[in-house]
Ligand binder design. Structure first.
Ligand SMILES: C[S@@+](CC[C@H](N)C(=O)[O-])C[C@H]1O[C@@H](n2cnc3c(N)ncnc32)[C@H](O)[C@@H]1O
Length: 803
């Protein structure tokens, strides 16, 4: 420490003291950081070494066998993404590439092998481009099913909640735009916290030089606060730590530990592994609950056949259900930290909870414990990334890598832990089998739902209740813009339709045990299905739809389908049994509706060459016409009504082209002619809150270009930055299309349908249904047109409304 001489000038003495304190703090800080870097590099070295070994091992293995898909995995993934991006950029005007926007919105980016087109010309694995150019960075790790859940902006990410950032018309640079004075003031007034280092300078300087005005002034100048604040802070500090009790040098060290102790590398990595959502690319994603397991095409198992390495994907894996002895093998197969299957979000959340707890209690743990737990967590997380292949990759060449990994992981595990895990899994499996048996018999005797179905049913009902309640709320409401803004669902036949479409039992709000017929119309669309095998009976239409999608994406891999698409709904065993049931059902006539679709997919997926990356199937080759009675439901409205959800789910949409509109800017045009009520496609976009929408709307209104669509009383779709081509459909009071909010797999989604027969090449219009008091001139209904506006007056921004 520099020695300061007390002289006449008190102020320069104080400055000298402060400077020397700062130097001391800085050097302590450097020392501490250096120490932590060294510690962390020691901790990291086994991990990096292990990754290096794995990668090296794969490389060696792949040289010995050309069939190994995981050869030089890291380079391959990088190259794949670059290729995909290149191919997209190469053909901007290509007709097929037009379609890529459509496809892009439902694209599943599955690590590498982002093939842009298959031989049938069906584009499937194209990267969703982030407007901010993040694809290159995150594309490798993102599994994104944009269409299914769109993208929910978190409140804390709110553009307005932070710094009022908007995006310019070129979709590129952000505009910083403060449009709310109140919020700006609020931000300014936010109290600045004192840093630990500032606290120490205040305390030590005053202890050294006293608390004269000159000292306070100098400190105030240095720390950029008011002298009164410095004084108040010192008093607080004194209250926290009575004078005289502080021992200067040790305190400094302890303080450093406090300051940086929580910035532990393990904790950070744990957070990343467990809390970072790889779909939305944010931490603590509310939509997906946690980080998603990653899936790569190399994981895709072909037919469930002999070469299976027997590694179960979790306690509900069909491999365990069919062969309980296999549990003993888990000892050497399961990643150490896998205590629960990742079949449901709940489980995942629980896992997060426990991880959080682990982090929270890190103070009680020793460092080595922390290190061990986190590296095992990482190991399990890694298993969700590349090591998911462990589950599915059956190539014998890959096995050595796998076993290496296991050995590496196992190194830090005590045998007793393994035994405990195995015992727990054994118990769970037995319990599961007991429950399965009893619920099965119950369902046969009473003809009612399985317990799991009951839960789902009640969950679904809650969702519906919420929707109905909120729609009632909305129709009654005159309280706020939001309430008036959203769908008038109850009065609105469209939403009632939408509900009855997928949730026929909304009105049957009796007890869940009222009998299966009334409750299960939704899942047992086909009464014949109810009478069939229990495997089929318990499958809802939406679950079957997801299974179809799963077969299309992963092939016949029950582990991956269950985990990625049917989490919380069906287990791996359920999927496996159902697929077997379908496959073994003899005559094609014995299967109806979706069952035969599933069979088609199973059949085709078996034929897909195993060595190729996923080949997208032509939907037309396996789909069957709807509304012809194959679903067992009379064609109630004669307009393919009952297929709407499925069409949305399966993206069976029309080709839409982009062109210069007859009315304004760009417009959407239909490539082929369609009949009345035909499903044309989906209006997709970012899923944002109404608050966010109102804030963005201000900017959009200024630009006279809004892509906001009112989805429900919680969310608005904003297609400004991303969305399907249908977002370019313009408004007309006498349109040829209409928009409808439909419940699909528990999500509200917007479908655009033909209001009449539309010829090929026609421009598509629908009525934006802007509220009268907010509609721009071009969307106002002509005076005396007699058109009744059922929208309530409100104060928010104009948003499109469904019928
Ligand atoms: C969803 S965008 C439709 C695509 C738009 N034409 C474009 O080029 O981006 C909605 C915007 O298109 C314009 N628009 C849509 N229908 C219109 C109409 N009938 N007359 C004038 N402008 C219209 C308005 O500026 C509106 O905000």
């Amino acid at each position: 420490m520099v020695l300061c001489e007390e002289g006449n000038n008190e102020s320069s003495y104080v400055v000298c003291v402060i400077e020397s304190l700062k130097k001391k703090i800085t050097s302590d800080r450097f020392g501490y950081i250096k120490k932590r870097i060294e510690e962390n590099s020691i901790k990291l070295s086994p991990i990096t070494q292990q990754s290096y070994n794995l990668s090296k091992n794969r490389q060696t293995t792949s040289t010995s066998s050309s069939t190994d898909l995981v050869s030089n995995l890291l380079t391959k993934r990088r190259d794949d993404v670059l290729c995909a991006v290149d191919s997209r950029e190469a053909s901007p005007d290509d007709d097929e590439s037009d379609n890529s926007q459509d496809e892009g919105s439902s694209t599943v980016i599955v690590g590498g092998n982002l093939s842009s087109k298959n031989s049938d010309g069906v584009t499937n694995f194209l990267p969703c481009m982030w407007s901010d150019g993040m694809t290159g960075l995150f594309g490798l790790y993102a599994l994104r099913i944009f269409n299914i859940s769109n993208q929910r902006m978190q409140e804390d990410q709110s553009v307005l909640g932070r710094r009022r950032i908007y995006y310019d018309t070129n979709c590129g640079e952000a505009l910083i735009c403060s449009d709310s004075e109140d919020e700006a003031v609020e931000d300014e007034e936010e109290k600045k916290e004192f840093k630990d280092s500032e606290d120490r300078i205040i305390r030590m300087t005053i202890q050294e030089c006293g608390m004269s005005d000159a000292v306070l002034d100098t400190l105030a100048r240095d720390i950029e606060r008011a002298p009164a604040d410095i004084k108040a802070r010192y008093e607080i500090l004194q209250g926290e730590k009575p004078e005289g009790s502080s021992k200067k040098v040790p305190e400094l060290t302890v303080k450093m530990e406090d300051m940086y102790g929580d910035k532990d590398l393990d904790a950070a990595l744990d957070s990343f592994d467990n809390l970072f959502c790889r779909r939305c690319l944010v931490f603590d994603c509310k939509l997906h609950g946690c980080s998603q397991d990653l899936v790569f095409p190399t994981e895709k198992q072909p037919a469930l056949s002999s070469s299976d390495d027997g590694t179960p994907c979790g306690i509900h894996c069909y491999k365990l259900a069919s062969k309980p002895d296999a549990i003993m093998a888990i000892d050497s197969h399961l990643p150490v930290d896998v205590e629960e299957p990742t079949h449901s979000l709940d489980n995942a959340r629980n896992q997060i909870g426990s991880n959080k707890k682990k982090l929270g209690s890190s103070g009680q743990k020793t460092k080595s414990q922390q290190s061990e737990s986190s590296s095992t967590a990482r190991a399990s997380s890694e298993s969700s990334e590349s090591e998911v292949q462990l589950i599915s990759n059956k190539s014998p060449q890959h096995s050595p890598g796998l076993s290496k990994h296991k050995i590496g992981t196992k190194g830090g595990i005590k045998k007793s832990t393994n035994r405990r895990i195995a015992e727990r899994i054994l118990m769970s499996v037995k319990k599961g089998q007991r429950e399965m048996a009893s619920s099965d018999s119950n369902s046969i005797v009473n003809g009612c739902l399985w317990p799991r179905d009951m839960k789902l049913r009640s969950d679904t009902r809650n969702v519906i209740k919420d929707s109905v309640a909120s729609s009632q709320y909305n129709t009654q409401s005159t309280r706020s813009s939001r309430k008036k803004d959203v769908l008038q669902m109850e009065n609105n036949s469209s939403f009632a339709d939408a509900q009855s479409d997928s949730m026929e039992d909304t009105n049957n709000e009796h007890s869940a045990t009222d009998g299966c017929d009334s409750l299960r119309k939704e899942e047992c669309v086909d009464e014949n299905i109810c009478k069939q095998d229990p495997h089929s009976r318990s499958w809802k239409v939406i679950e079957q739809g997801l299974l179809l999608k799963g077969l299309e994406i992963f092939g016949r891999n029950s582990c991956l389908i269950a985990r990625n698409l049917l989490g919380g709904m069906k287990t791996c065993t359920d999927v496996f049994q159902y697929m077997n049931y379908i496959e073994n059902s003899s005559a094609s006539g014995a299967l109806s509706g979706v069952d035969s679709l599933v069979k088609g997919y199973i059949k085709v997926s078996q034929n897909v060459q195993e060595s190729l990356p996923r080949l997208p199937l032509r939907k037309e080759s396996v789909s069957q016409p709807c509304g012809d009675g194959t679903l067992g439901v009379p064609n109630q409205r004669g307009d393919n009504y009952e297929c709407r959800n499925m069409k949305l789910l399966l993206k069976q949409q029309q080709r839409v082209l982009l062109g210069r509109s007859d009315v304004s800017g760009w417009g959407a045009f239909l490539k082929n002619s369609v009949g009345k009520h035909e499903y044309l496609g989906e209006y997709t976009g970012e899923l944002i809150s109404h608050k966010e929408a109102d804030k963005r709307g201000k900017i959009y209104d200024r630009e006279n270009s809004s892509f906001l669509f009112n989805l429900n009383n919680e969310y608005v779709l904003d297609a400004y930055r991303m969305g399907d081509k249908l977002k370019f459909a313009n408004h007309s009071p006498d349109p040829n299309c209409y928009a409808k909010v439909i419940m699909v797999a528990g999500d509200h989604r917007v479908g655009i349908f033909a209001k009449e027969r539309i010829s090929a090449g026609e421009e598509l219009f629908y009525d934006y249904r802007y509220e009268a008091d907010r509609a721009p001139a071009w969307a106002r209904k002509p005076e005396g047109s007699g058109a009744k506006d059922d929208a309530q007056p409100s104060t928010g921004r104009a948003k499109k409304l469904a019928h």
